[in-house]
Design a protein around this ligand. Sequence first.
Ligand code: SAH
Length: 285
Amino acid sequence: MKPLVKPPFGVPSKTPSVAVRPSFPARLPGDVALTTTKFSLTAARAAAVALPWEPRKSHLPGIFGGLGMDSRAIRSRMVSRLAAQGISDGPVLAAMGAVERHRFVDSALANQAYEDTSLPIGLGQTISKPSVVARMLELLQQGGLHDASGKLGRVLEIGTGCAYQAAVLSHLATEVYSMERLRGLYDKARENLRLLRLPNVHLLFGDGMNGFPKGAPYAAIIAAAGGEAIPDAWIDQLAVGGRLVAPLQTAPGTQSLVVIDKTRHGVRHTLLEAVHFVPLKSGIG
Ligand code: SAH
């Protein structure tokens, strides 16, 4: 089946009457964070008058029983932890600090969004933990083809999931093509990105085993699902000078990160640390 190409997300032509997702945690006028752990719906509605969104009941526990502090502060703590774990690429750390991970997970899990843990995103799939996202993006940054401004060129991502990593990548690359094989997650990813205004992210629905030849050659390719081999199509679609980073099954039940650099003289494979990703599967679902 041919991948369905969706145009880049544009800026909405007019402000939607109901902003879909609240900022997290909610902020009151005067920049006072809501720390109330016990709430009444009346009080919540009264507060909502001053807020640019209408809280849905399902949002309330996440917001009002939430972390009680600005999510920027929580992200900067996450970034400090990443730096302490050895991530040193400035643009990667900045991008991880910029993207609100809590917007990509179910509101019931939002209070775990900045812990270094993978979380379920539905259909048996998971969002990778921040340290693994940062590690893979740093590996891409250390290779791959960069333009004069220092950004990676066109990047292909296999396994959009909830589109968190695609959003982080959008800060590091000129264009991001991200492909997902599960329709339910593709739709969820579109919804998650809708209000973020990331015109350089292009979501694709299809089997990423074949890559996306229309966008090739790619400055870099990244996969968020691990198979028994790296598909030839990915190597073919990588530009000379480009880098691929992916999980690879090295023995039954064991995956490692692999880095593949494509040079004029051939392809160089480097096997790195053990990782644990969902399986790379053929076909669409
Ligand atoms: N980077 C994602 C992680 C998603 S988990 C995030 O930030 O959320 C990996 C995803 O790869 C799953 O959604 C799974 O459905 C998808 N996947 C597995 N095999 C695939 C294939 N052949 N083509 C496209 N997507 C695939």
